[in-house]
Ligand binder design. Structure first.
Ligand code: NAP
Length: 223
């Protein structure tokens, strides 16, 4: 029987590649989108959901409960990047970033732990997750993604029966926001790596695109 995977942010740059990758590998794919629905197929079903607020996430879980109850895997790919100059940052900006990144990821995971035969959870972080450096424009995003890293590793310890991992992708070819020294990677290649992690046996790991990280990257300033 086909295993079911939920992919959030499935209509985005990496999301579309993930949907194609998992469907081609024989998974039954539940693909969450907000505005840009893809084409339903034999192995792909698109589910509308808006995670801007907690009520939107709760509504998504309520409406889609019947199909979500089949989920064995989830790839938390949804993770909007917003630019906000650090000099003008407010507490509300930090709270909004946590609301946007951590709350849907945890609420959906909690639901699946309680209602589905969950086997693996993958959180998508970003290139510099786990690296200490000052951020000039994307500090709330970076903090929330680092929160997701801690969440994933902590859930791995709390739920030994489910594999929790974190993957930090590089800048993607075609991305609107680019690290100045980035060597963009094809979303299809990144999606293939993610699929292999989901099908692996490890838990409680933080995967990077290139390992080990080149020396001299830590401590610089990031847009
Ligand atoms: N792009 C990069 O270079 C890069 C680098 C490192 C890490 N990442 C991480 O990789 C992941 C994918 O990035 P990406 O660039 O592929 O993303 P993206 O193209 O910006 O995709 C955005 C996705 O999120 C959905 N979305 C937006 N607002 C939403 C909302 N309020 N509720 C529910 N869904 C919403 C969009 O749905 P609709 O389009 O249907 O509205 C779309 O599916 C993210 O976690 C990102 O932080 C990206």
């Amino acid at each position: 029987m086909r295993e079911t995977v939920l992919i959030t942010g499935a209509s985005g740059l990496l999301g579309r590649a993930l949907v194609a990758e998992f469907a081609a590998a024989g998974f039954s794919v539940l693909a969450q989108y907000r505005r840009h629905k893809g084409e339903d197929g034999e192995r792909v079903r698109w589910l509308r959901g808006d995670f801007a607020g907690p009520r939107g996430t709760a509504g998504f879980l309520r409406r889609q409960r019947a199909v979500l109850e089949a989920c064995r895997h989830v790839v938390h790919n949804y993770g909007p990047v917003e630019e906000k100059p650090t000099a003008g940052l407010t507490g509300a900006d930090l709270a909004a970033a946590f609301q946007s990144h951590l709350r849907p990821a945890l609420d959906i995971t909690r639901f699946l732990l309680d209602h589905a035969p969950l086997r693996s959870v993958l959180f998508i972080a970003f290139e510099d997750a786990g690296v200490e450096r000052p951020y000039l424009k994307i500090l709330p995003y970076a903090m929330a993604k680092n929160g997701l890293l801690l969440l994933g590793l902590s859930l791995a310890a709390a739920h030994p029966g489910v594999r929790f991992n974190v993957f930090s992708p590089p800048t993607l070819a075609g991305a609107a926001l680019r690290h100045p020294h980035a060597r963009p990677a094809a979303p299809e290649a990144v999606a293939a790596r993610i699929r292999r992690i989901v099908q692996g046996r490890a838990s409680g790991r933080h995967y990077h695109w290139t390992e080990p990280r080149p020396p001299g990257r830590q401590g610089g300033r990031h847009g």
